[in-house]
Ligand binder design. Structure first.
Ligand code: SF4
Length: 359
């Protein structure tokens, strides 16, 4: 398998499809040392099971570990951190990760190394930096701020929570690209079984029953963006990662091989729900969890037909610290006349406050 390859398969049998893709690898050539320390990085952004469309299917992880074991690799760990505001340990528990029988590393409790790339200094998990081989297992799904999350953005779970927050103050795009220049996955196996096409925390899963395998995260994300109907210009961190030397956006020269594709499979497109709700927010360096809570609350207000009663935008984000405004959510907007407390606040707390104000 080369950096130019992207293998795709469609199946309702997740274990079989995972094995079918992994068989495309010359694993002994890929990882010559049988004692190599191999890290599996799933997406456990929140403590939810995969059918909600946010987290990696456990069948993929189980089959991957079995494949590695079958080829004599046993020095395997799972490494991840949930987003700011949720517990990785709870996410491990909800998904029964202990049953995999490999060590689980919660990055929130790890020690970190400060790494500077393109002028940005970030705290990256030391355990992750000391791996011999990193396999990323992202979920292909939508994201309220970056439109899409797949291979490149999945690396964010290798940061301290402090750096995750800081990424938002830096505008997300450049830091995501820079993070991948600091630590790049060696292999990416994408769970596109039922990702939510609008929200990274799931809730509206769209079944596509698809898995993808690639070595270049930039090429893979370029292809994934096209599957969601986006151009890479829409997702700034992809061309930036290319310009930082992480990989290539040259999709025209990629070798895309679809191993099996059932009849009548078409890719549903994101609804654009986030974009239409974003006009009610005045976001200034908002963290993902905070922003997602606001989007969910706004969606409820929209569904109830009262969102148009909002006569001022809702302030959100770290850029609002110390600034006065009418209405704000989260600790960063504590100077607002009406403020929803929390860091991050829950969608319910935001909804309760906004609906009280609107009635
Ligand atoms: S209040 Fe929201 S935007 Fe501010 S630091 Fe907390 S999570 Fe981030």
């Amino acid at each position: 398998m080369t950096e130019k390859d992207i293998f795709v398969t469609y199946s309702t049998n997740i274990e079989k499809a995972t094995r079918e893709l992994l068989e495309k690898l010359d694993i002994e050539k890929e990882i010559p040392n049988k004692d190599a320390k191999i890290g599996l990085k799933p997406n456990l952004v929140i403590a939810a099971t995969p059918e909600y469309g946010a987290t990696t299917h456990t069948e993929i992880i189980r089959e991957l570990i079995s494949f590695l074991n079958d080829h004599g690799y046993h020095n395997i760990i799972i490494i991840e951190s949930a987003w700011v505001g949720d517990s990785t340990e709870r996410a491990f528990k909800v998904n029964n990760y202990k049953s995999f029988g490999v060590p689980l590393v919660d990055v929130k409790k790890d020690s970190y190394e400060k790494v500077t790339v393109k002028g940005l200094t970030m705290e990256i998990s030391k355990t992750a930096l000391n791996l011999d081989y990193l396999i990323s297992l992202p979920v292909l799904k939508g994201h309220c701020q970056t439109l899409m999350t797949c291979a490149l953005k999945n690396q964010k779970g290798l940061l301290s929570d402090r750096s995750k927050r800081q990424f938002h103050t830096w505008g997300l795009m450049k830091p995501i690209a820079a993070l991948n220049a600091a630590i790049k996955a060696d292999l990416i196996l994408v769970d596109s079984i039922c990702g939510d096409l609008d929200f990274e925390e799931g809730g509206n899963p769209v079944v596509t029953n698809r898995l993808l395998l690639a070595k270049d995260p930039v090429l893979l994300d370029t292809y994934a963006a096209s599957l969601l109907g986006y151009d890479i210009a829409d997702i700034e961190y992809i061309p930036l990662a290319h310009s930082f030397g992480v990989g290539s956006t040259d999709i025209l020269n990629a070798n895309i091989e679809v191993l099996s594709k059932p009849e009548n499979v078409s890719m549903p497109q994101p609804t654009g729900a986030c974009r239409s709700l974003a006009k009610y927010a005045d976001a200034n360096n908002a963290c993902s969890a905070c922003y997602a809570s606001l989007m969910h609350a706004l969606k409820r207000l929209k569904d109830e037909g009262i969102i148009n009663r909002l006569d001022s935008k809702v302030a959100i984000g770290q850029g609002w610290k110390g600034k006065s405004t009418e209405l704000g959510v989260g600790a960063c907007t504590s100077c607002a006349k009406f403020n929803v407390k929390g860091c991050p606040p829950t969608a319910k707390a935001i909804y309760d406050t906004l609906s009280d104000l609107l009635f």
